[in-house]
Design a protein around this ligand. Structure first.
Ligand code: IMP
Ligand code: MG
Length: 172
């Protein structure tokens, strides 16, 4: 049995996601941005965010994999790709968490080649201690220490994504 310790409540998460939705609605009021969700971890954040946003938007997904159990690897693989044109569109990448930044580094390079008008990044969580690429993250839910966390979309070997608040995994 894994031991979990709660670090963010559902209410804290809800309030912060509302703030970000308002900010994005304000920043993109004259645009219809494409929210590009990185599967699987971002699915709950993306669903909550889009329902709280007050502007028109479109949703696409990409599925990448860099993690094996609870270890990040440099080797990022595309498991599912989108086929929509991103040319001259405002793209907001929606991530669950930025740990080393390997996944994001890979994805940003790939999207840049598709000639979008702009690329912004929204991440529910950031582990600033490990973000080795020093990416500018436009919208950050919460900054957390480098512990392994689960819930609100984030998993440990596919478990715990459905938890509505955030937990630290103690005996991983
Ligand atoms: P990065 O490439 O090291 O930045 O890691 C990115 C991906 O690893 C995230 O999008 C998550 O899917 C996964 N990940 C990183 N840290 C955690 C964690 O603490 N809990 C669950 N998944 C994580
Ligand atoms: Mg992810």
């Amino acid at each position: 049995m894994d031991k979990l310790k709660q670090i963010l409540t559902a209410k804290e998460i809800d309030e912060r996601v509302s703030d970000i939705a308002n900010q994005i609605s304000h920043d993109f009021e004259n645009s219809t941005p494409i929210l590009l969700g990185v599967l699987k971890g971002s699915y709950i954040f993306l669903a909550d965010l889009t329902r709280k946003m007050k502007i028109e938007s479109e949703v696409e997904f990409v599925r990448l994999k860099s993690y094996n159990g609870n270890t990040s690897t440099n080797n990022v693989k595309i498991l599912y790709d989108f086929n929509k044109s991103l040319e001259e569109r405002d793209i907001i990448i929606i991530e669950d968490i930025i740990d080393t930044g390997n996944t994001l580094n890979f994805l940003c390079k790939k999207i840049q080649e598709l000639n979008p008008r702009s690329i912004s990044i929204a991440s529910f969580l950031v582990k600033p201690e490990s973000n080795k690429f020093r990416f500018k993250i436009d919208y950050i839910g919460f900054e957390i220490p480098s512990d392994f966390v689960v819930g609100y979309g984030l998993d440990f070997n596919e478990k715990y994504r459905n938890l509505d608040s955030l937990f630290c995994l103690i005996n991983k």
